[in-house]
Ligand binder design. Structure first.
Ligand code: SF4
Length: 383
């Protein structure tokens, strides 16, 4: 299971209608219409270049992320999916996810996306109360979000939506009520992220100026534990730090990242990690959409950075990604990647501190307490 994490294709649509104040993703606002056929042709060209590097492969998932991919016309989405099928083998039952915003305009395109081959939608709902949606800079309100959820349920076999919690002033009681309401509307998957203040965002400046007061670490930990309890009790347990699913409905695409599988990244700012000539390589594409477009048109790809990972780097990444999962990591695979096992002394100390736990004889996972401080746990283990 863990050895073959799959082979995913990620396509990045880098445009949004407005920039959310907490967002540090590669997203850009353009006031002129985007030339979608030109971008679709560039995606196809970049995939051809990637196909030369990966060789023939069977794709296990496709993910259209962003940015706001639901600003793409259904015809653009269809062209992207056709291009994937032109370059690699795409099985009939493949998971094809599209991230969508729940505005009414975008919800009108759902049928077109379904006809193009999308079978799973991930909706950026973010909050189920209007004041918090306004605070988060979102362009939709609760009524629109609920309408989009209903339409998505009618249109797609699978549906996830995102919520952001640990917002300023949010009490555990308020979050519990909102989370239960969200689960009432959920189908098979929820992504529940704590609000974080990222450098370079508008929230970062407001936070630095004291205008946003974030929950302290104890409250954030309490909200995290509450989230685990409520989702587990309602049949959507966590399978990763921030992701919850009915058993069997986990995002196959995201599992590819966390199980340290391979993926090709296409589009502005996209990252890829796949095996080339027997070594795991990293690709990083130019972030600015128009610059990326010019690069692809001139030379077939927009990759501007990349490296071949050495064994230590691979093993560290495997640890960092795999310990996010409730299933944890396969210790033998870690040993094969790194050339040596994890230190028994360090594992023993972290286990005594209640931060990690063995799973049978061959696996290791982070405990819920360990998940809250995962970066520190990984840094300690990987030393
Ligand atoms: S819609 Fe998503 S990608 Fe776009 S600015 Fe908001 S959070 Fe960022």
């Amino acid at each position: 299971m863990a050895e073959d994490g799959g082979f995913g294709v990620y396509v990045h649509w880098p445009f949004c209608a407005a920039k959310c104040p907490y967002c540090d993703f590669n997203s850009h606002v353009r006031h002129q219409p985007v030339d979608q056929p030109r971008f679709a042709a560039a995606f196809n060209l970049e995939m051809a270049s990637m196909r030369q590097r990966t060789g023939p492969r069977t794709v296990t998932s496709i993910f259209l992320g962003g940015g706001t991919p639901s600003l793409m016309e259904p015809g653009t989405v269809g062209a992207v999916l056709d291009a994937v099928a032109k370059h690699w083998t795409v099985p009939r039952d493949i998971e094809v996810t599209l991230e969508a915003n729940p505005s009414s305009v975008e919800a009108e395109r759902f049928r077109g996306y379904r006809a193009a081959g999308v079978n799973r939608v991930s909706l950026g709902v973010q909050a189920l109360n209007d004041p918090d949606l306004r605070f988060l800079g979102r362009l939709h309100n609760v009524e629109e979000a609920l309408t989009a959820i209903r339409l998505a349920r009618e249109t797609f076999p699978r549906l996830s939506f995102d919520l952001i919690y640990a917002r300023p002033g949010q009490t555990p009681e308020a979050w519990e009520t909102e989370l239960n309401e969200a689960i009432d509307h959920a189908v098979d998957h929820l992504s529940l992220y704590q609000l974080t203040i990222e450098e370079g965002t508008r929230f970062h400046a407001l936070h630095a100026a004291g205008k946003i007061v974030m929950p302290d670490l104890d409250l954030a930990a309490e909200l995290y534990e509450l989230t685990q309890e409520v989702t587990a009790a309602r049949g959507l347990p966590a399978y990763e730090i921030s992701n919850h699913a009915r058993p069997g409905a986990e995002s196959r695409h995201n599992l590819t990242y966390w199980r340290y599988g391979e993926y090709v990244g296409v589009g502005p700012g996209a990252h890829g990690r796949f095996i080339e000539h027997g070594r795991r390589i990293v690709t990083v594409a130019e972030k600015v959409p128009e610059t990326w477009l010019n690069l692809v048109e001139a030379r077939g790809h927009g990759v501007v950075d990349g490296e071949v990972l050495n064994r230590t780097e691979e093993a560290d990444e495997f640890l960092l990604m795999g310990l996010r999962l409730v299933e944890g990591i396969d210790l033998d695979r870690y040993e094969r990647l790194s050339g040596s096992g994890l230190s028994p002394e360090r594992m023993s100390i972290l286990q005594q501190e209640g931060l990690i736990a063995p799973v049978g004889n061959s696996r290791l996972r982070a405990t819920p307490a360990g998940m809250v401080v995962l970066n520190a746990v990984v840094a300690d283990l990987a030393r």
